[in-house]
Design a protein around this ligand. Structure first.
Ligand SMILES: Cc1cc2nc3c(=O)[nH]c(=O)nc-3n(C[C@H](O)[C@H](O)[C@H](O)COP(=O)(O)O)c2cc1C
Length: 168
């Protein structure tokens, strides 16, 4: 598959086979995360790979993607680290670019994944406690992943009306 094929084929996969994902594949996904661009190349993030079923069930309750995470053999918590870059906007941008790279790697490895958003609210503290996070480290988002138990085709979303040249 070419890079562009992976981009156009990727869809959010929310149903997974009950099958473990090989360590080598997880490593490749993490490597793709580390390859993402970040402001001043500070890479203000950490990745927490969660494959403990009980822990997945607990963290899923704190996420808006509860149902999806519950059924996933692996969940990766993408953590923003404000000790490395104290500007929240940049940390959110940087962790988001990691997540997208990782979703593309997941598709490229013939696995399926879904970005599960995390709100900046009282669940922050609960997540931090549950995952034993250090000070100023927070869950930017979760990625649920596994072998696909559903197939999806992405439609062409190109929208001329949303493309502007020079001024709006
Ligand atoms: C910041 C963010 C948070 C998301 N959170 C969720 C979520 O909690 N639950 C969910 O089912 N999908 C979630 N998604 C996936 C989107 O619903 C999905 O990307 C969108 O519907 C487009 O579909 P596609 O990914 O198949 O192209 C999230 C995506 C983003 C970018």
């Amino acid at each position: 598959m070419s890079n562009l094929d992976v981009i156009y084929q990727r869809s959010s996969i929310r149903k997974y086979q009950d099958k473990a994902v090989e360590k080598e594949k997880i490593h490749e996904i993490l490597k793709a995360g580390f390859a993402a661009p970040s402001a001043r190349n500070l890479r203000p993030y950490h990745f927490l790979v969660i494959d403990d079923k009980q822990l997945i069930l607990k963290i899923s309750k704190l996420s808006i993607g509860k149902k999806i995470m519950e059924g996933a053999p692996v969940v990766i918590a993408v953590l923003g680290d404000l000790n490395i870059n104290s500007t929240m906007e940049f940390v959110m941008n940087d962790t988001s670019s990691c997540i997208q790279n990782m979703l593309l790697a997941i598709e490229g490895l013939n696995l399926g994944g879904c970005w599960c958003g995390q709100r900046r609210d009282e669940t922050d503290k609960m997540n931090a406690k549950l995952l034993n996070l250090p000070e100023n480290v927070f869950v930017s988002g979760y990625i649920a992943l596994g072998y696909k138990a559903e197939e999806k085709v992405q439609k062409d979303r190109f929208d001329e009306k949303k493309v502007h040249y020079n001024c709006w």
